[in-house]
Structure formats: structure tokens, C-alpha cells
Design a protein around this ligand. Structure first.
Ligand code: BGC
Length: 358
């Protein structure tokens, strides 16, 4: 597909439907001076589309998603969504903060998953655009009230998307609370760099071989395990599907990869989480994060009934690398804390970096 490329990064605002409550939703199309294009909607602060070049200069949309707002109102697989207040699982839908026990919706067996029935992926965010000669962006803000989905404290959240001329989509989160709460924000984009079929043939490289294994309820056991030499070892690039059916107790529990990798690094240091190459198109995606780890999720439960952008989705249609703290950290004191006090500011940054190999 050819497109006209302007020298200045641009932001274009278009209508994207109306919610059942009557909120008008817009899409924000960010285009950089190389023609890379990211579309964000202010429902769920969702990354709806991401068009990057292949080795022949052809643009294609490399994220799973839908064409209309109606589909995003349910969005059962969380395509492109901003996840909060707490990404991933809180065991038994409960945790204790400052001596008080809080109860959350159990929407994943007995676990609380991705912030509840009306998590940040289902909220209407306020949006304002920003751009300069090097980048185009949109800044989304949300006030999650005290008691929202059971969480304590009024939480003011900011999610910024900036598409830079050097082909990075930077996502920056900040949050402040007026009562101690737990926060673990992430972006839940699913990638398929060839825009069709499954992504099992993409080459994946993950620099760390440390993992937090899970029990049969998908909750971390508390162990940090060295997985060098196992199916979970991606320290040397290999196809995502190469070992996905290996006889491995952890793969069996997850129905594929659905696990948190863990880094040993200084708090807040930006580092490479994962690098993916799709050999046919030559597209390369690198994902950086300041978080101490990330969930590798190979789309094991994407329903065959989901379709969008002229595609039928299904199992392994895309993969996610979701930067975050260790799941269930509110109940697992051996892991880095996810508590946010009124004196602190939560910050987290991730980057999707695009390039090609011939
Ligand atoms: C979780 C999966 C879950 C999926 C929902 C991922 O972040 O790790 O277990 O099924 O989100 O789309």
C-alpha cells in the first residue's frame, strides 16, 4: 500500500463511534516522517492499528484489532489495550493494603485479571495531542475514583503515546494516588509482523533466561527459575513455535507461553525485553521496558470467533510482550512491590522499535 509521506510528523483526529453512555470516541492517527503510522483511540487508550514498512517498503498493520468501537466494548482478548489498575492476576481476587483487605472481581477462575470488568481498557480517556519536529503524540488521562473495581484511592493516570521519526512508538505511564493502592500498568498489543496466519514462525530473542514459574492457577509460585536450556530459553533467537508443544509442565499449565520473564536490573532502567524478526517481510520489532519483567503470551486463548481488519483471528494469531511487575505481587512479598503511596509517583516506560532486515 502506498501512502503520502509528509516531512513533519502529524496527528489526525477522526470520529470512532459513540459509547452506549453517549461518549463520542475519537481516533488519533500519528504519522512520522518515514510513513510509520499508529492509531490510538481514547476508549481504553487502545493501540488500534500500527502500520510499519517491510523490507520492500510496503506498509502493513502489524497489530491485532478491530475496525469499530462496538467490538472494543467487549474486546475479550484485550487487543491493543492499556491495562490497569493491575495488569495480570491477583490471586483469589484479594489483597491486603495497609492492614485492610480489599476484594476484587474474580474474572479468571478465582483470580482477578487485568483490573476487573471495567478495567482501564473499558474507560473513556481524555485526550490531547502533542507534536514537534521529531515526534507526533497523544496524551491520555483518566481519573479512576476511590473504590473503582474495588481498588482504594483516587488514581490519576496518564498514558502517553509518542511516535518518533526514528521509528519508535514510546508509551509512558504515570500515576498518582491519594490513598495507598496497587498499580501495574501495561500495554496489551498482539503482534503478527506478516499480518496473516499464526506468528509461530517469527524468530524471538529474549535476553534473560529467568522466569517466575506458575502454579495450576497461573499464579507465580514465588520462585525465580533459571530456564536456560529449556523450552523457555530464547537467549538465542528461535521460532516462537519451535518448542511450544514440548513436554514441559509449565507449558502445559499455560496452554503455551503465558509466563513472566524477569530481569536483574536497577529499578527504572530501560532495557531490551524481546526482539522479534519475521523472516519473509524482514520486519524487526524490539520491545524495551523500564519494568522488572514482562509476560510473554502467545495468544493461546484467542477465540476463533474474533475477526477484524479483514482477518479471522484465533489461537496464536499474535503474541504479546507485556512489560510489568511480577503477577500477584500484592500477595507475594518476595517480589518487587507494586504499592503506590500518596507520596510517590508511579512511572513506567516502554518502547516498540521498528526496523527491517533484508
Ligand atoms: C494473560 C493471559 C490471558 C490474556 C487475556 C494475558 O495477559 O497472561 O493468561 O488469557 O492476557 O487476553
Amino acid at each position: 500500500m502506498s501512502q503520502t509521506i509528509s516531512m513533519q510528523p502529524t496527528v489526525k483526529i477522526s470520529p470512532f463511534g459513540t459509547t452506549p453512555n453517549g461518549d463520542a470516541i475519537s481516533s488519533y492517527t500519528l504519522t512520522n516522517n518515514q510513513g510509520t503510522q499508529a492509531v490510538i483511540i481514547n476508549f481504553g487508550a487502545i493501540l488500534q492499528s500500527l502500520k510499519t514498512q517491510d523490507k520492500n517498503g510496503n506498509f502493513a498493520d502489524i497489530v491485532l484489532g478491530f475496525d469499530d468501537l462496538e467490538s472494543y466494548l467487549t474486546n475479550p482478548a484485550y487487543f491493543g489495550a492499556t491495562i490497569g489498575r493491575f495488569g495480570n492476576r491477583i490471586g483469589n481476587g484479594q489483597c491486603t493494603i495497609d492492614g485492610q483487605t480489599y476484594t476484587f472481581l474474580q474474572n479468571n477462575g478465582s483470580n482477578h485479571l487485568h483490573g476487573g470488568a471495567e478495567g482501564f481498557d473499558k474507560k473513556v480517556w481524555q485526550a490531547e495531542t502533542v507534536s514537534d519536529e521529531n515526534s507526533a503524540g497523544v496524551i491520555l488521562t483518566l481519573v479512576s475514583p476511590d473504590g473503582d473495581q474495588g481498588y482504594p484511592g483516587n488514581l490519576t493516570v496518564k498514558c502517553e503515546y509518542h511516535l518518533t521519526n526514528d521509528n519508535q512508538l514510546q508509551i509512558k505511564f504515570t500515576a498518582n494516588t491519594d490513598k495507598t493502592t496497587v498499580v501495574n500498568l501495561t500495554n496489551h498489543s498482539y503482534f503478527n509482523l506478516k499480518q496473516q496466519g499464526t506468528m509461530l514462525d517469527h524468530l524471538l530473542e529474549i535476553p534473560t533466561a529467568k522466569l517466575t514459574p506458575v502454579d495450576e492457577n497461573m499464579l507465580p509460585t514465588g520462585e525465580i527459575r533459571d530456564v536456560a536450556g529449556t523450552a523457555f530459553d530464547f537467549t538465542t533467537a528461535k521460532p516462537i513455535g519451535q518448542d511450544i508443544d514440548a513436554k514441559d509442565e509449565q507449558l502445559k499449565i499455560g496452554g503455551g507461553y503465558d509466563h513472566n520473564y524477569y530481569f536483574d536490573k536497577a529499578d527504572g532502567e530501560l532495557s531490551l525485553a524481546a526482539k522479534t524478526i519475521e523472516p519473509a517481510s524482514g520486519r524487526v520489532l524490539e520491545i524495551y521496558t523500564t519494568e522488572p519483567g514482562f509476560q510473554l503470551y502467545t495468544g493461546n486463548f484467542i477465540g476463533d470467533d474474533l475477526s477484524g481488519k479483514g482477518r479471522q483471528y484465533g489461537k496464536h494469531a499474535g503474541f504479546c510482550v507485556e512489560p510489568q511487575h511480577v503477577p500477584d505481587a500484592p500477595n507475594k512479598p518476595m517480589f518487587k512491590s507494586t504499592l503506590l503511596t500518596p507520596e510517590q509517583t508511579y512511572t513506567s516506560e516502554m518502547r516498540y522499535v521498528f526496523s527491517v532486515v533484508k
